[in-house]
Each structure stands twice: as structure tokens, then as C-alpha cells.
Design a protein around this ligand. Structure first.
Ligand code: SF4
Length: 278
């Protein structure tokens, strides 16, 4: 049986991702990791919120929970506490996980819930209409910032680390092999593993800011992390904004890994003694 037939739900096809969307690259890389790692997905559960990234979990033939906007980590926490033997993977986006669900993220990190949180950061709300997100770069045009974004984005990985995440990393859609390797490490980790992956929305962020096709956006990632900011500033057709649009240079890789009791261990439930040995 080939990978697609083994891991996917054919009745959910065709998928809803737009042509060129970076989420497709990341999703395919996820499938390769799942294929290598699990003979069966019977003990794997994906929990997602609302958004284009969250929607992809419905295509995977594992246990899947498509929850309310911003709340996947709350559902996942309850699931992991009730069924500690399961591998729980949360898929969320920057709007879902950092804005609406931002409070849940910092507390899941603080509690060190034993799960993997995979956050797709495309710097915009995609599915809900291209609104600005907490990660939208300064100067970027979105449906809610028609004059260019004046707010300052924050660094999701540094936020997760400061909140107590015991594994923190960042990857990008341009380098799927790097992403796969980091995802494997995150799945091996005991505790709250936060993996941010930079990926591009062609339809809203790319088109609205006239950054070209999905290939152009990947090339932008490849040149240097600040390239999108440079592109934005250089577009003569865009109305000038008060401040130059600059995407901060974002390093890739594993930034932090440490060991402390998980929530289950701290509460003495769910086989905490065994967990300490891992
Ligand atoms: S709206 Fe954007 S993020 Fe959503 S599928 Fe289309 S390109 Fe991807």
C-alpha cells in the first residue's frame, strides 16, 4: 500500500489548499515523518483549531479532533491527561494559536503538557479572509491593514520558550528536510514541544502584497529570512507606509531543549513514573 493510501482519507479529497500554498509542502513532509515513524496511526491523534493549517488534519487517517477556534491545546490537554498512551499532535496557525488561542499556548507550555504543538506561521489569517495576525510584519497589507500594518509582530518561538516549553524550534516550508528532522526530534521529546514552521499564504499575504507566486515566495525564503520584508519595501506600486516593512531575521533549528516534569508527572497521574524514565 502506498503512503497516501495508508495515511490519508480518500473520501476527504480533493483537499482545499490553494495552488502554491506552503502548507501543502509542510503537510507532505509531515506525511513522510508519519510514514517512517508509525506502522499504524491507531495511537496517534491530531487536534486542530480553525484555519487552513488546522483543516489538514481532517485528511489524515488517524484520530482527529477539529475543534473550535483557538482552543486545540485545551482539547489536547484533556485528551492527553485522559489517554496518556496516545501520541497527541496539535496543528494550529498563527491566528488560531497566537491570537485567539495565545493564552492557551502559554499555559500549555507552562504546564509542560506532553504533546507536540505544530504552529504554521503564514503571517496572516488565511481561511477567514486575510486579516492581520500577531505575526504580520510591519508594513504588510492585509484586509484589516489596508494602509499597511503599523503593529509589531512577536516571535512565537521565544514566547513559547519564555512560557516554559521544554522543546522549542523553528523550520520553514522552503527546507522540508530540515522540518522533517526537527519534527522527529519534537515527537521524541517528553514534554511540551513547540515547533513553528514558516510557510506562505499565496492567496492573501502573497497576492495582497504582490509578492508573486508560491515559487516566488519560496525563493524569497531561500534568499534570506528578511527577504519578504525587503520585497515589500521595494514595491513601487504599493502605497508608502510610515515605516519600512521589515521581516526580522528568524533563525531556524532547535533553540531550546530541557527536561522537567510534565503535567501528568506533576499531578501523579497517567503513569507518571514511567514517563520520568523516558
Ligand atoms: S488561503 Fe492562504 S493559507 Fe489558506 S490554503 Fe489558500 S494560500 Fe494557503
Amino acid at each position: 500500500m502506498n503512503t497516501e493510501k495508508r495515511l490519508l482519507r480518500p473520501d476527504m479529497m480533493p483537499h482545499m489548499l490553494c495552488p502554491g500554498c506552503g502548507h501543502g509542502i509542510v503537510f507532505e513532509a509531515m506525511l513522510r515523518v508519519l510514514d517512517r515513524r508509525f506502522a499504524t496511526l491507531d495511537q496517534v491523534v491530531f487536534v486542530a483549531g480553525i484555519g487552513c493549517s488546522s483543516r489538514i488534519v481532517g485528511y489524515i487517517d488517524a484520530g482527529t479532533l477539529h475543534t473550535t477556534h483557538g482552543r486545540p491545546l485545551t482539547f489536547a490537554t484533556g485528551l492527553k491527561m485522559a489517554r496518556p498512551e496516545l501520541t497527541v499532535i496539535v496543528v494550529t496557525g498563527d491566528g488560531d494559536g497566537l491570537s485567539i488561542g495565545g493564552n492557551h499556548l502559554i499555559h500549555a507550555a507552562r504546564r509542560n503538557v506532553d504533546l507536540t504543538c505544530l504552529l504554521f506561521n503564514n503571517e496572516v489569517y488565511g481561511m477567514t479572509g486575510g486579516q492581520a495576525a500577531p505575526t504580520t510584519v510591519r508594513g504588510a497589507y492585509t484586509s484589516t491593514t489596508p494602509g499597511g500594518n503599523r503593529e509589531t509582530p512577536f516571535d512565537a518561538a521565544r514566547l513559547a520558550e519564555a512560557a516554559g516549553a521544554t522543546f522549542v524550534a523553528r523550520a520553514q516550508s522552503y527546507r522540508p528536510q530540515l522540518f522533517e528532522g526537527i519534527l522527529e526530534q519534537a515527537l521524541d521529546h517528553r514534554g511540551f514541544a513547540f515547533l513553528e514552521v514558516l510557510t506562505d499564504c499565496t492567496e492573501y499575504f502573497g497576492r495582497t502584497n504582490r509578492l508573486g507566486t508560491g515559487v516566488d515566495l519560496l525563493q524569497s525564503q531561500s534568499r534570506a529570512e528578511p527577504a519578504i520584508g525587503v520585497d515589500l519595501a521595494a514595491r513601487p506600486t504599493l502605497r508608502p507606509v510610515a515605516e519600512t516593512a521589515v521581516r526580522p531575521t528568524l533563525p531556524m533549528g532547535v533553540f531550546h531543549q530541557s527536561r522537567r516534569p510534565t503535567l501528568a508527572e506533576a499531578l501523579g497521574v497517567g503513569g507518571g513514573g514511567d514517563e520520568l524514565a523516558r
